[in-house]
Design a protein around this ligand. Structure first.
Ligand SMILES: Nc1nc2c(ncn2[C@@H]2O[C@H](COP(=O)(O)OP(=O)(O)OP(=O)(O)O)[C@@H](O)[C@H]2O)c(=O)[nH]1
Ligand SMILES: [Mg+2]
Length: 167
């Protein structure tokens, strides 16, 4: 994602930018946020059952921006709570993991859910193929992920949080 794109989506009220991660349970949404906020990685899975907000101040081109990063619920049975937090989002990451076909197939469902609360033109959307360290077991080839992002005109990202921790 380009710095300029973040700036373009800047909130009318100032420099607050709302950022959400959406996708199936276990794709790694909470781990991505923890890696970004605290540079930690947890092997143990603790499913998110209540939406959580993380705040980080960043500086881009001498301008202070407050990122509000929302960690939403992936598990189907608790998902109803998400709708309260979906509106007015400026950056959205659609997350799947490369060893799970269903998490990739469900991206459109997540995207359509997102569109119920947001306009496509008001947000920067990225697609994350997480758990790239498990490439030997991958079922979603990199090309498939790229095809999807080009088709939809999204940004594409590849992450491997576990290895980032080891490095
Ligand atoms: N190998 C590997 N495991 C990962 C990676 N990212 C996350 N995990 C593991 O995947 C599991 C799920 O991670 P979470 O971040 O809790 O998943 P989530 O998407 O927040 O799930 P919900 O909160 O239920 O929606 C955990 O056991 C993590 O340790 C990665 O890049 N590589
Ligand atoms: Mg979570």
């Amino acid at each position: 994602m380009e710095e300029g794109e973040i700036e373009k989506k800047e909130n009318k009220n100032g420099t607050k930018v709302k950022f959400i991660l959406i996708g199936d349970t276990q794709v790694g949404k909470t781990c991505i946020i923890n890696q970004y906020m605290k540079q930690v990685f947890e092997d143990e899975f603790l499913s998110t059952i209540a939406v959580d907000k993380n705040v980080k101040e960043v500086e881009i081109k001498n301008q202070k921006i407050t990122l509000e990063i929302w960690d939403i619920v992936g598990q189907e049975k608790y998902r109803a709570i998400n709708k309260i937090f979906m509106k007015n989002t400026q950056i959205t990451l659609l997350v799947y993991h490369i060893i799970n076909q269903e998490s990739f197939d469900n991206l459109n469902e997540w995207y359509n859910y997102f569109l119920k609360f947001n306009e496509k033109n008001n947000t920067v959307i990225g697609v994350v193929g997480n758990k790239s360290d498990l490439y030997e077991d991958r079922v979603i080839e990199e090309e498939k992920g790229k095809e999807y992002t080009y088709e939809k005109n999204f940004c594409s990202l590849k992450l491997m949080l576990k290895i980032m921790k080891v490095l």
